[in-house]
Structures are given as structure tokens and as C-alpha cells.
Design a protein around this ligand. Structure first.
Ligand code: KG4
Ligand code: ZN
Length: 331
């Protein structure tokens, strides 16, 4: 079954074709980061306009690269939420109209479940159940995943998402948007142990997170030091603290469920320090680790097509009157 995936929830216009819920035939991502870079964050109105400009071209490219003609597409899967309403509307309206014109079903996909499914795009995919750490710009949470259509939220951030913390710290230091990539790059030149930033919530047995205190600690450091000379050590220390907390919480969550498989997904999962720490800690406890290749960590449409495949099989199809949603929806 060939599924066309469409993703426009934030600042990436993406289309992909995935067969059988796992074989990626094409995946095209048009990033708007250059547009938002001067503002230090995503400007929603600009995002919607850029999606509108890019979507037809991105879709044509995905079809062309896949070698699968339109008449061999079996369904369209599209991100329905959560995300920026205006941005979501572009992809969702386009997908509904496109599916209607081809007379094939359209499936609305939850973006977070999309990220969780990104591990199935790799050849070495986990069996159920597994515990997945989702770390993106909009969300940070730990999920106990028991099937393609069922997962339980074990805990989540009480304030900023991990990616948001990376972006805000980068903004404070004038490193631009998106901050994660810049921080990872500059950290390579720094000493992660020179400045000890707090590791919030490490003493708690639950799977909740909080990153605003850590962000404030970085702000205080900047305000009280001649920081310009010291940026590599600051960002390396910050990255180390985030990676420590995420790794500890993920391992703790897996052990609490006696679950031997763990996954890390979402934009921050591309961070090599985090990947390294999770792999090291998992090896100590004998857990298997599943982290998608960096191309499938950030927003992409292949993960949406993969999720849509399983929802379609479970009978979920959306109608022309269905709408997008901005906030996380309880299923
Ligand atoms: O999953 P994603 O592409 O979009 C959302 O659903 O939010 O995640 C984007 C987030 C941004 O906050 C970005 O700074 C962060 O992922 N990110 C990283 C890295 N690459 C992207 N954070 C840390 N290290 C990275 N290498
Ligand atoms: Zn995302």
C-alpha cells in the first residue's frame, strides 16, 4: 500500500511516499528556517504563507522521486495537529482536496504519534512494547508504546520543551534559530564540565521534566559573567545538563515498566551528545536502543505516512468537514 504523507505543522513543508508503513520511496522536506532565522523563532503568519508557496512543488517532487505514479497512491496521510493552526490548515486542506480528487481516503495523523513512528522507517525497528522519549521543539514527553495505535503518556515537561530550551538559550547568546544545531556545533569546542548547570527533576521518580529553571540558570550566568569569551563552555554545559536529564528519565521510565526497548525521537534526537549518552546508559542496563537517522528526527512527512498506514488499517478515515487542532488531543 502506497501512502502519500503531508506535513506542515510548523516550519517544514514536507511530502513523502511510504510503502507498507515502512519503506520510504521518497521524502522531501522544504525548510523555512532561513525565513524565521532573523526573528529567533517561528513567525506563524510567515510559516503559513511559505507552506502555501511550497506545497505543490514539494508534493510533485515527492511523487517524481518515488517513481510511483499518482494513480498508484492508495491514501493520503496528513498532520491534523498539534501545531500552528494556519500552518496545519495549508497541509490539511490540500491533502483533503487532493485525496478527494484522486478518490482515495485521507487519514488525519497526530504529529506526536508521527514522531513516535519515525523508528519504523529504519530497518532495525523495535517490537512492542517500547518506551519512547519524544523531544522536539514543541513537546517533550515519555510514552509507553504498546501498538501502532496505542500509547500512554508517562510524563512530560511542565514548562518548556527540550528543543524550545535549546532555541531560547541560543537566542540569548545571539546564535539564531533553530538553536539546537548551532548549540551542538559550538559545544564541540567547549568543556561540558567547566560550568555546572542544574539537572532539574533528577531526584523525582516520575517521568516529568522541567527546563525553565535550567534556562534561567543560563540567563543568570550570562548576566553575571563576561560571557562572550565563554560561549562554547556555556552551551556545552547546558547541552550536557539537558542530555543528562533526558537520558536518566528515559532509562528510569523503561526500568519502571520492565521494558527492554527504548527509543528517542523528535528534532532533539538528532543531537549526537544525547544519542551517545542514551546508548551508553542503555548498554549498562542491557536495553536495546532505537533512534532514527537524523533525517527522520526532525519534522518530515515519511513518519506521517507511516503512521497513517496503521490508522487506515484500523479504519480511521477523515471526512471533508474534519478540521485541524492546535493542542495535544486526548484520544
Ligand atoms: O521535531 P522538530 O523538527 O519540530 C517540532 O515538532 O517541534 O524539532 C525541532 C527542534 C528545535 O527546537 C531544534 O532546535 C531542535 O529540534 N533540534 C536540536 C538539534 N536539531 C534540531 N536540538 C539539539 N540538537 C540538535 N542537533
Ligand atoms: Zn515535530
Amino acid at each position: 500500500m502506497n501512502i502519500l504523507g503531508i506535513e506542515t505543522s510548523c516550519d517544514e513543508t514536507a511530502a513523502a511516499i511510504v510503502s507498507g508503513g515502512k519503506n520510504v520511496r521518497s521524502s522531501v522536506v522544504a525548510s523555512q528556517t532561513a525565513v524565521h532565522h532573523p526573528y529567533g523563532g517561528v513567525v506563524p503568519e510567515l510559516a503559513s504563507r511559505k507552506h502555501l508557496e511550497a506545497i505543490s512543488q514539494v508534493l510533485s517532487e515527492a511523487i517524481e522521486r518515488s517513481g510511483i505514479p499518482e494513480n498508484r497512491l492508495d491514501a493520503v496521510a496528513v498532520t491534523q495537529g498539534p501545531g500552528l493552526i494556519g500552518a496545519l490548515l495549508v497541509g490539511f486542506s490540500f491533502a483533503k482536496a487532493y485525496a478527494y480528487a484522486l478518490n482515495i481516503p485521507c487519514v488525519g495523523v497526530n504529529h506526536l504519534e508521527g514522531h513516535i513512528h519515525s523508528v519504523f522507517l529504519e530497518t532495525d525497528a523495535p517490537e512492542f512494547p517500547f518506551v519512547s522519549l519524544l523531544v522536539s521543539g514543541g513537546h517533550t514527553g515519555i510514552y509507553h508504546v504498546t501498538s501502532h495505535t496505542t500509547c500512554e503518556l508517562m510524563g512530560q515537561t511542565r514548562d518548556d520543551a527540550a528543543g524550545e530550551a535549546f532555541d531560547k538559550v541560543a537566542k540569548m547568546l545571539g546564535l539564531g534559530y533553530p538553536g539546537g544545531v548551532a548549540i551542538e556545533e559550538i559545544s564541540r569546542k567547549g568543556d561540558p564540565f567547566h560550568i555546572q548547570f542544574p539537572r532539574p527533576y533528577l531526584d523525582k521518580a516520575d517521568s516529568d521534566f522541567s527546563f525553565s529553571g535550567l534556562k534561567s540558570a543560563v540567563r543568570r550566568y550570562i548576566e553575571t559573567h563576561d560571557f562572550k569569551e565563554n560561549i562554547p563552555d556555556i552551551v556545552a554545559g547546558f547541552q550536557e545538563a539537558v542530555a543528562d536529564v533526558l537520558t536518566f528519565k528515559l532509562i528510569q521510565a523503561a526500568l519502571s515498566r520492565q521494558c527492554s526497548r527504548i527509543a528517542v525521537v523528535g528534532g532533539v534526537a538528532a543531537n549526537s551528545r544525547l544519542r551517545e549518552k542514551v546508548r551508553g546508559a542503555a548498554a549498562e542496563k542491557g536495553l536495546s536502543v532505537f533512534i532514527p537517522s537524523p533525517a527522520f528526527c526532525g519534522d518530515n512527512a515519511a513518519m506521517i505516512a507511516a503512521t497513517g498506514y496503521h490508522y487506515l488499517r484500523a479504519g480511521h478515515v477523515c471526512s471533508l468537514t474534519d478540521d485541524v487542532y492546535s493542542k495535544v488531543m486526548a484520544k
